[in-house]
Design a protein around this ligand. Structure first.
Ligand code: HEM
Length: 445
């Protein structure tokens, strides 16, 4: 396939006109010192995204990038006071990541757009509990995968939208929808109104809920802001259909890691407050949600390796080894060994590494302190150790499946995160989340 810049002149001209008009109206609203309220709301998101998806982010023209940098500067003036201007600034940061020389995994996956606004240094008691975090994860994953189903359905119905090159055959498009449903069902049973998903049917045969109906039910509840967020967060680097799937799967895992890290943080606090029973529930829930998410890998395995090998040429420098959510989750279980902390695994996430080096408490460490100082009831001891072992087992499955997927997709090629690729992933399987807790018997000793 010829990977040269694809021309989309009609759409590009329309976009140019709209951007000029937007810049003109923003300038006049600022120069008359009236508030630019609403200005960010009228930004031509749809035209820009349509163009970006038709040519690929890697191939945006230099003049367009300069113009967008000007738009970002204007939006930045209002970003402190106006949520819509703050969103527009973050959105343009994602569009301009390569132009700015800041391109990485966070910007490739548009995580700054999907993340819930950070609570300003919330006190322990004000941090959201794991149930609230799981609600947020469920909603995000449902929206992301419902949107993916719509994208795949349009292609299956013969009306593909961009990115649309190298369309897989229709059987693959149908399989994708079924696998997306498989991941959605558990979240849908918790989050959607009763009746949308049949719990008995799911228990008997998972993945059979009609994909179109489930996606429509989810998207019918989306707010205007959520719809904007969904469209703004797909910024493929190239023009191949499969990259949409890749982005949505990464984002769904990231929403899951965010929940896992938050719930484990709560488990640590519960152990330090000598509440092992509550901590066990939080850790077991983390294991359950990770288990529910494993079919995301089966979904991604439907990606055509030949597509991936083409578009990954333009993702170089962005690798999930830079995932802060994953490394936060890992390092909340127990303190990683010094060799791992000094390897690319943690030097790729400097903020997480620093938190570990500053002595952030962990589930395993807090548990060991608890059993040294108190004598937890046998039932609590059993449930904490069982939950840790459950999470360990699911995480081992996660790593093994990830390894197999990488073998299929890249074979002997190096990783985009500067490791040697598959051999790195093979080696990390030996690591354990709770090395000291695995040796403790769960029953009466
Ligand atoms: C086409 C599918 C995938 C391939 C070929 C792949 C390949 C790789 C490779 C080669 C690495 C090593 C770092 C590097 O050099 O890039 C890596 C690391 C990693 N990947 Fe993937 N990956 C895939 C999908 C995913 C998905 C869907 C996730 C979920 C977010 C993910 C999460 C991670 C994480 C967290 C690491 C760091 C692991 C560690 O440091 O222990 N990967 N991946």
């Amino acid at each position: 396939m010829n990977t040269s810049v694809m021309l989309d002149t009609g759409a590009a001209t329309r976009l140019d006109r709209e951007l000029f008009a937007w810049l003109g109206s923003s300038n006049s609203s600022n120069s008359s010192s009236s508030s630019a309220v609403g200005t960010a709301d009228t930004f031509p998101y749809d035209s820009l995204l349509a163009h970006l998806r038709a040519v690929g982010k890697h191939f945006l023209a230099p003049e367009l990038l300069e113009r967008l940098a000007g738009c970002r500067e204007l939006a930045g003036w209002e970003a402190g006071a106006e949520p819509s201007a703050a969103f527009l600034t973050r959105f343009l940061d994602v569009v301009l990541d390569k132009h700015d020389g800041r391109y990485d995994y966070q910007s490739y996956t548009a995580l700054s757009l999907l993340r819930r606004p950070a609570a300003p240094e919330a006190a322990d008691t004000e941090r959201p509990d794991w149930e609230e975090l799981r609600r947020h994860r469920d909603r995000t994953v449902l929206l992301l995968l419902a949107d993916l189903i719509e994208f795949e359905r349009a292609a299956a119905d013969g009306c593909p939208t961009d990115p649309r090159e190298m369309l897989p055959e229709s059987g693959v498009l149908d399989k994708r929808q079924r696998l997306a449903v498989r991941v959605m069902e558990a979240a849908a049973l918790r989050a959607l109104a009763p009746g949308v998903v049949d719990p008995t049917a799911v228990a008997a045969t998972p993945g059979r809920t009609p994909a179109g109906e489930l996606a429509a039910a989810v998207l019918a509840t989306a707010t205007g802001q959520e719809r904007l967020l969904l469209t703004a967060s797909v910024q493929p680097v190239y023009v191949l259909h499969d990259e949409y799937l890749f982005l949505r799967v990464l984002q769904s895992f990231e929403a899951t890691f965010t929940f896992m890290a938050g719930a484990l943080d709560q488990a640590v606090r519960q152990l330090r407050e000598a509440r092992p029973g509550d901590a066990a529930i939080a850790v077991a829930t983390v294991a359950d949600v990770l288990k529910e998410s494993l079919p995301l890998f089966s979904l991604l395995a439907t990606m055509q390796p030949e597509s991936f090998q083409i578009f990954r040429e333009f993702t170089d420098g962005a690798s999930a080894i830079q995932s802060e959510g994953y490394k936060t989750f890992e390092s909340l279980c127990s303190r990683p060994g010094q060799a791992r902390l000094d390897s690319a695994a943690f030097t790729s996430v400097p903020r997480v590494r620093e938190a570990v080096l500053n002595g952030r408490p962990t589930v395993q460490g807090s548990w060991q302190e608890l059993i040294a100082e108190h004598c937890p009831a046998e039932a609590d001891r059993t449930s904490v150790l069982a939950a840790a072992q459950q999470l360990e087992a699911v995480h081992q499955r996660w790593k093994q499946t990830h390894y197999r997927l990488a073998v299929r997709m890249i074979g002997t090629r190096t990783g985009t995160g500067s490791t040697e690729g598959v051999p790195y992933l093979g080696a990390v399987i030996a690591n354990r989340l709770f090395p000291a807790m695995a040796q403790q018997p769960t029953g009466v000793g």
